[in-house]
Design a protein around this ligand. Structure first.
Ligand code: HEM
Length: 380
């Protein structure tokens, strides 16, 4: 809100990114995301915004995914994964997601009370769901979760090396899973992707690994923060929780508002300006960069009445938490189902669940771009 007072598009300097324009309104944010021929993810020379020469080659290869690509490469890869997704019928996964959530809720206090809801529930649920969706063997799940944890916890030089190590392990593991799927087929999205590839889908072996990595990275942490953020809000707002508990059929509506209010992805990758253009009353020059502030758009009073109010019945709810335009989130349906199942399973199993600390004492992680609760201690 403070930045919005300066205008819909504001010049600023961002750590690791440098001088950029940022959008503060819903309209300016949506315009950048929708106009993907003017606002591109790559420079004309093909460089990915945000990637630096000093970053390890492994990171650069993995970053070479459709979320960092413009048309026509983006369309080529997106159509392959869209097709694989279509064949999986995400809605049909709901009972399985519910069962996974029920199982994790049962185990919440298995290691004592208070329990950290982020680590024991909100992190494991999306990772379990995505590994099941991909078709990874259940026995590999603990290893897989340990690598994913290392990859999302960059706090210093030691964890940087842990992260690289986990990256390498995970890459080797996914390559092996792809090799197996090519030889013997199987259940799950990896096998579907291989099938689409076999039917003539244009995708290189490296792009295939990056694609699976992208699904994992984009699909797990974001959903973790949606779940932990929603539960945090319900635990500190008993009135809202009572309203929801009267009728769990309202969970889907509530999740929409949590998506807006929590805004798990606060801002997205910088876009390059391909030619001079006016945005929100400001003239941008070719070569400038723009970052879209999804979180600011979700709090824009021009679009959301009383935006600072958490209103679980909000209708219409024009949040932009999944982005818009050609990169609109591929996993939105899955995330919505996971969000609703996570709340229902948890509060059904632990109707007296409460925070073990004062809400003001809850720690938030300093994670650029993501609104992430570090730890959420709860008691039954
Ligand atoms: C893209 C948010 C869950 C897979 C995006 C984008 C946003 C987003 C904002 C667009 C970024 C941009 O334009 O720069 C979220 C949020 C989630 C969530 C808030 C959870 C609450 C998921 C899940 C999956 C997933 C569960 C996987 C199954 C993807 C993929 C893309 C994407 C593959 C790239 C699409 C493309 O480039 O065409 N997501 N996401 N997301 N998301 Fe999600």
């Amino acid at each position: 809100a403070a930045l919005r007072a300066y205008g819909p598009v504001v010049a600023t300097r961002f750590p690791l990114v440098g001088d950029v324009w940022i959008t503060t309104t819903h309209d300016a944010t949506a315009q950048v995301l929708k106009d993907s021929t003017i606002f591109t993810l790559r420079k004309e020379d093909g460089d990915v915004a945000g990637l630096r020469w000093w970053m390890p080659g492994l990171v650069r290869t993995i970053a070479n995914n459709m979320l960092t690509m413009d048309e026509p490469d983006h369309t080529r890869l997106r159509s392959i994964v869209d097709e694989a997704f279509r064949r999986r019928a995400i809605v049909a996964m709901e009972p399985r997601i519910r069962a996974i959530a029920d199982g994790l809720a049962d185990e919440l206090f298995a290691k004592g009370s208070p329990a950290d809801l982020v680590q024991r529930y909100a992190r494991i649920l999306p990772l379990s769901v995505i590994s099941e969706l991909l078709g990874l063997p259940q026995a590999d799940r603990p290893r897989f979760i340990a690598w994913a944890n290392a990859m999302s916890s960059l706090t210093g030089i030691v964890s940087f090396f842990r992260l690289l190590f986990a990256f390498r392990k995970m890459r080797g593991y996914l390559e092996e899973q792809l090799r197996l799927a090519r030889v013997q087929g199987g259940e799950g999205l990896i096998a579907e992707l291989v099938q689409v590839e076999r039917e003539g889908g244009q995708i290189t072996p490296d792009e295939m690994v990056s694609m699976v990595f992208l699904l994992l990275a984009a699909g797990s942490e974001t959903t973790t923060h949606l779940i932990s953020g929603s539960i945090y809000e319900l635990l500190r707002n008993p009135g809202l929780r009572d309203w929801l508990e009267q009728d769990w059929g309202r969970a889907g509506l509530a999740v929409e508002e949590f998506l807006r209010f929590v805004s798990p992805v606060q801002f997205s990758k910088p876009r390059y300006v391909r030619r001079e253009v006016e945005l929100g009353g400001v003239r941008l020059r070719k070569g400038d960069r723009v970052m879209v502030m999804l979180a600011a758009a979700n709090m824009d009073p021009a679009v959301h009445e009383q935006p600072e109010r958490l209103d679980l019945e909000r209708k219409p709810n024009r949040h932009i938490s999944f982005g818009t335009g050609i990169h609109f989130c591929l996993g939105h349906q899955l995330a919505r189902i996971e969000g609703a199942c996570a709340l229902q399973a948890l509060f059904a199993r632990w109707p007296r669940l409460g925070l073990a600390v004062d809400p003001s004492q809850v720690h938030w992680r300093k994670r650029p771009g993501l609104r992430a609760i570090a730890k959420l201690p709860v008691v039954a």
